[in-house]
Ligand binder design. Structure first.
Ligand code: SF4
Length: 311
């Protein structure tokens, strides 16, 4: 019997998505489902993990294992899941407030760890679920409709922070170009190591400045949003053992991440193949025959290899 190809529909659930009309989250959800179909991953081999916020509802809408965790805790939960069951494809999802505010420490440490998982941040510059307060990506001097005065502190640059934290795949996406965003997500999932995409997401309710019209506009320099893979930009480190190339590519990517305003780059900014955290675990530890944690016999355990390893 011929195998049935999975389509985006196979990753939908019957749970009604209750985001506001016109929310960019619908585009991102659609992109995730298209990406999973492109990758032909069986739903039982996928886990979607979220924190708190509008985007935190995403696991309810994807036909896969799901875990709606605590505020800012998507990454540590995703890390535990992946290490316990390396056979899972793990997607951590969340908002900019969730990931770069309360989850900032986890964000930095996930980058230097390099577990094989993908982190997607729905970045709308506000805390949408709690009525539009400034999030860590709102820049100094900017004001959104629920604020009484412009922000008096600087916003962070999540891409620059990710590159300097050690993420091995760093990209920027746009919510309202679902087919191209799907390809970018699929590329991130294929990457072996921690992949991160900051996705520019429209919030028509609380972000009346960076709207779909603003992102879609043409400026004197051309389309505001442009894809790096339509240019000669090369994000890849070709020789990870060459520190000069690594630094040069990081500097190039960080510079690119600061382009904003009239021209905003979309796509992969930085990528490098490095050993994962799982590779590190596999060395210098007792040999369990590569059996995932969830499949090991936890009642009749021989602890002698562990004692030997500690000697
Ligand atoms: Fe989307 Fe904004 Fe509504 Fe939240 S508040 S569901 S981010 S439009």
């Amino acid at each position: 019997m011929a195998l049935q190809m999975l389509t985006a529909k196979d990753y939908r659930t019957e749970v009604h998505a209750n985001w506001c009309a016109g929310c960019g989250d619908y585009g991102i959800l659609n992109s995730i489902q298209l990406a999973l179909a492109e990758l032909q991953l069986p739903p039982h081999e996928i886990a979607v993990v979220s924190g708190i916020g509008c985007s935190g509802k995403s696991p309810h809408y994807v036909n896969a294992y799901g875990f709606h965790t605590l505020h800012g805790r998507a990454l540590p939960s995703a890390t535990g899941m992946k290490l316990a069951n390396p056979g899972l494809t793990v997607l951590a999802v969340g908002g900019d407030g969730d990931g770069y505010g309360i989850g900032a420490g986890y964000f930095v440490n996930a980058g230097r760890r390099n577990v094989d998982l993908t982190y997607l941040v729905f970045d709308n510059e506000v805390y949408g679920l709690t009525k539009g307060q400034a999030s860590p990506t709102l820049q100094r001097g900017e004001k959104r409709k629920s604020m009484s005065a412009p922000a008096i502190q600087d916003g962070i640059n999540p891409l620059a922070l990710a590159i300097s934290s050690g993420y091995t795949f760093v990209g920027r996406g746009y919510a309202l170009e679902p087919r191209r965003l799907a390809r970018l997500i699929a590329e991130a999932v294929r990457h072996r190591g921690t992949s991160f995409i900051d996705i520019l997401q429209t919030c028509p309710v609380y972000n009346e400045v960076h709207t779909k019209e603003w992102y879609a506009a043409r400026t004197d320099k051309g389309s505001r949003l442009y894809w790096l893979d339509d240019t000669d930009y090369d994000p890849m480190v070709h020789d990870p053992s060459d520190p000069d190339e690594v630094v040069a590519k990081k500097v190039q990517a960080i510079g690119k991440s600061y382009e904003w305003g009239d021209r905003i780059p979309i796509g992969v900014l930085y990528a490098i193949d490095l050993p994962t955290y799982e590779d590190g675990l596999a060395t210098g530890r007792p040999d369990y025959g590569n059996v995932p944690l969830i499949n090991r016999d936890h009642t009749n355990r021989d602890v002698q290899p562990l004692i030997d390893a500690l000697h």
